[in-house]
Design a binder for this molecule. Sequence first.
Ligand SMILES: Cc1ncc(COP(=O)(O)O)c(C=O)c1O
Length: 391
Amino acid sequence: MSKGDYSDKGINTKLAHIGNDPREFYGFVNPPVVHASTVLFPDAATMAARSQKYTYGTRGTPTTDALTSAIDALEGSAGTILVPSGLAAVTIPLLAFLSAGDHVLIVDSVYHPTRNFADTMLRRLGVEVEYYDPAIGASIDRLMTPATKVVFTESPGSNTFEMQDIPAVAKAAKARGAVVMMDNTWATPLYFRPLEHGVDISIHAATKYPAGHSDVLLGTVSANEACWKQLQDTHIAMGCCAAPDDVYQVLRGLRTMGVRLERHEQNALEVARWLEGQQGVARVLHPGLESHPGHALWKRDFSGASGIFSVVLSGGGQRQAHAFLDALEVFGLGYSWGGYESLAVHVWLGDRTVAKGDYEGPVIRLQIGLENAADIKADIARGLAAAAAAG
Ligand SMILES: Cc1ncc(COP(=O)(O)O)c(C=O)c1O
C-alpha cells in the first residue's frame, strides 16, 4: 500500500487512505497511538536547535500528524490544530484573532456555548461583541467598522437551521480585512468546504460525525495559508492539545464517516419529509427540504445534508414538548449529535437577540441515527400522539 496522492479520488477512497502512511510504521495499516510528553534528542546541539521533527508532546506526534494531515486533505487547508473539544475549537481561534478594542460579529443562530464564551470571556477581555441576522448576506458590510477583526459564521444555525450566504458574507467581510470563521460541524468537510467559499478558518466539533459514536470529545480548526501561523502560535501558547487516544479514535471514525453520513442523510430526509405531513407538526426546519427558506442556498453551496434538524409542533408549550420526549423509546434524551443513535432535545431559544423566529409551538431537535427509518418514524409518531394527548 503506498500513501499516494488521493486528491483526485472519490470521497470514500480519500477517507479510507488519507492521513498516515503505513510504510512509516512497519506496514501497520493504522498509525501508532503515541502517548508522549518527553521526546529525546540525540545530542545537545540538536536539543538547543530543536532541529528534529518531534520535540515535545504538546507540539505534535505521529498520531496527531495522521489526523491533521487527513483533515487538511478534506478541508484544503494549510494547517489544522487539534483541541480537546468542539467548544475549544471555537474559543481558540477567537482568542487567536481578537484583542482588546476589537469588534466581532457573530451570527445570532450560533451554538449557545459560543455565545456564552463571547458574552463572558471576550467581553471581559475588552472585545465588543455584536450578533447579526443569519439572513444578512452581503449586507453585513453595514455592520462592519474599522475595529471588526472577526466575522463568525455557522450554517445552518444551531437548533433552528437557518442557512447563511457564506460566500457573500465572506466576500464583504474580507473586503474590510476581517478574518472569517465558520463552525462547519453540521455539514462536515464532506458536504461543505468553507475555505473554497472564502472562509479563512473552518471549525469542527469532531465529537460529532468524525468520532461518530458518542464516546469522544475533540475539536479541529483548519486555516488557510494567511491565518495558519497565528492559529498555530496561539495553539502552542495555550497548551490546549488533544489526548492521543481521542485523536486516534477520530481518525478511526473518519474511515467510515462517508458511509455513515450517507445513511444519516437518507434517514433524516426520509423522516423530515414524512414529518411534514403529520398532524401536530407546524414546520420542519431542515435545509434539504424544498419548504425551507434556505433551501436554495443549501442546494447552491452544499453537496449533502447530515442527520440533524428540528421539528416545530403546532401549538403547545413545555407540557406538550415534555410529553413528546417522554413517549420516545428509540430516541434517547441527550445533548450532542453525530453518533450512531437517535437523540431528541427540547430547544431553548431564549438567548436569541435577532433571529428569534416566530415558532408556532415547541421546537424539538432530532438527531437521526443509523437505526431503521421505520422504527424512527414509529417512535416519533408515539411522541406526536403523546403531545396531542397532553392538550
Ligand atoms: C455546532 C456545534 N459546534 C460546536 C459544538 C461543541 O462541541 P463539543 O461538544 O465537542 O464541545 C457543538 C456541540 O453540540 C455544536 O453543536
